[in-house]
Design a protein around this ligand. Sequence first.
Ligand code: L34
Length: 284
Amino acid sequence: MTISGTQLAKEIKQEVKEKVEKAKDEFGRPPHLVVILVGEDPASQSYVKGKGKDAEEVGFKSTTIVKPEETTEKELLELIHDLNDDESVDGILVQLPLPSHINEDKVIETIHQSKDVDGFHPANVAALWQKRPCIYPCTPKGVIKLLDKAGVEIQGKKAVVIGRSNIVGLPVSKLLLDRNATVTIAHSKTKDLAKTAAEADILVVAIGKPKFVSADMVKPGAAVIDVGVNRDPITGKLCGDVDFDACAEKAGVITPVPGGVGPMTRACLMENTLECFLNKMQKK
Ligand code: L34
């Protein structure tokens, strides 16, 4: 069975929209999300466009700031400082990856933690790993919601996460661990990766290689979550890290690309923006 991220994202956005209506009555304005894109990478342009579209759909104020590729690190950090100080801005997201002359870590730690809708700030990451209140990063949060929606039991199950990035592999592993799965973090250097993967009740793939997971790596009945967003080298079409057609027959549930984790990332970003807004307003 295919789990539709598009459908679940729609339901989440509907809930956010209703809460935004109420928040507007109570606080006099909707949440304001600012997304910054540096450069002209077509994939990033597409994701940023999707975020702006979703933000408008749920009734946020949405601003997209596009900066040229040559923007200096100093200029970008100054822009972030201005947005940090701007009372009317509730969420700040700088789309990654950034041009190589800009230090991503510096950018991430400059965004004020209270406006860090991505949940990438080191203080937020620390809070996540110490089970303190925090913003759950969008993609990992979306993965867990997809599993819950599909009725997949997590507790006591064997989860294998392929990929160990700060954005997906590590936090998704932590969230699965917090739900009492037994988690193996695998990666491109794992020996017998196929064998390890084939033992998973829950297989989450975020390795960034088109059609990396073949049917022999999937345990019959497993839940397969494909976090990959790649271009098929032959057709140029969007595809995941999982060979969907081959694996769909063996998996119990599986997410498609497009229409799986991508839309969920965006829906969770809307939830996080509302959360940052409410945290701020309720403190006043
Ligand atoms: N700061 N940078 C920051 N935050 C993020 O959360 C991201 N990520 C990743 C890249 N850089 C980031 C995203 O937003 C990946 N990502 C992302 C978000 C949405 C989609 C894909 C990747 C998405 O909407 N995918 C659609 C298809 C879009 C298309 O056609 O191009 C899908 O159905 O999968």
